[in-house]
Design a protein around this ligand. Sequence first.
Ligand code: PAF
Length: 327
Amino acid sequence: LAACGGENSTEGGSSDGSGEKGNKETITLKVGHTLSDQSHYQEGLKRFKELLEEKSNGQFQVEIFPNGALGGEREMIEGLQIGSVDLVLTSTGPMSGFVPEITVVDLPFLFRNAEHAHKVLDGEIGQNLFAKLEEAQGLKGLAWWENGFRNVTNNVRPIEKPEDLKGLKIRTMENDIHMDSFKTMGADPTPMAFPELFPALQQGVVDGEENPVPVITSSRFYEVQKYLTMTRHFYNPSMLIISKSKFDSFPEDLQTALLEAAKEAGDYERQVVAKMDEEGIALLKEKGMEVIEEPNIEPFKEAVQPVYEKYSEQFGQDLIDSIINTK
Ligand code: PAF
């Protein structure tokens, strides 16, 4: 893990993350994510940087570290806790190991569409999940962002029905619900951190993986994967998070700037996801992938019912119902 964490880069100053700019202290925030500099995460964070620097009158300076330069998502979350990273943009994928309650949003086929997900996450349910993150891990969710609806890719055969997944080694995130879902659909789920994925696909360590279209395009998976099926089996939210103690160390005006910039940049990032999702399929076909755009989803939904049975008690059926019934 690269050493980092709030050191002053503009003034060459103190090791505690501050320096002097006029009368005001400048604070450098290092933010990490695992995707490339062509990704929706990077676009969103570029907007976040602009907004935050403007809203804080230059007191905050943001440095963005793409490509897993500060580690995989799990590693970076641990980095927040030990103070080696300031902010992390991560999907909910690694949350099984931190706050399992948050992974209720990872249940398969839970959200009808992105608008449904935004309504849930930006409302009371999303705030309650952030409260759990704070209580359990001392981490503060600044805003919900988006990774997108995940789809399955592989190198062996087109996936038209769950049976086609049988025996395929599919890389999943280190997420219990993701793994259980692929198991019940007949695949052999293989959890792995994202930075290891491209070489694993290239070397045939796994047959396939699953990710939103903007990840598949921006990470050039078309170079190492032949088939894509638009299963949209999990909606995958992202969160921009910071440690609670770091957040609390800032004066109120800077806390407000952080929260506002995170929300506004997140709204923008969701638009980028929608655009990349729509335009990405044509690009992937052009790059030689065989794309099943409208598979019959019903058998996939049926196949994952045991996952709901397994987790309904843990999450509470009431919570699951209130997510489903959010209009
Ligand atoms: O597959 C993953 O690990 C996630 O989708 C990613 C790419 C890290 C984005 O959060």
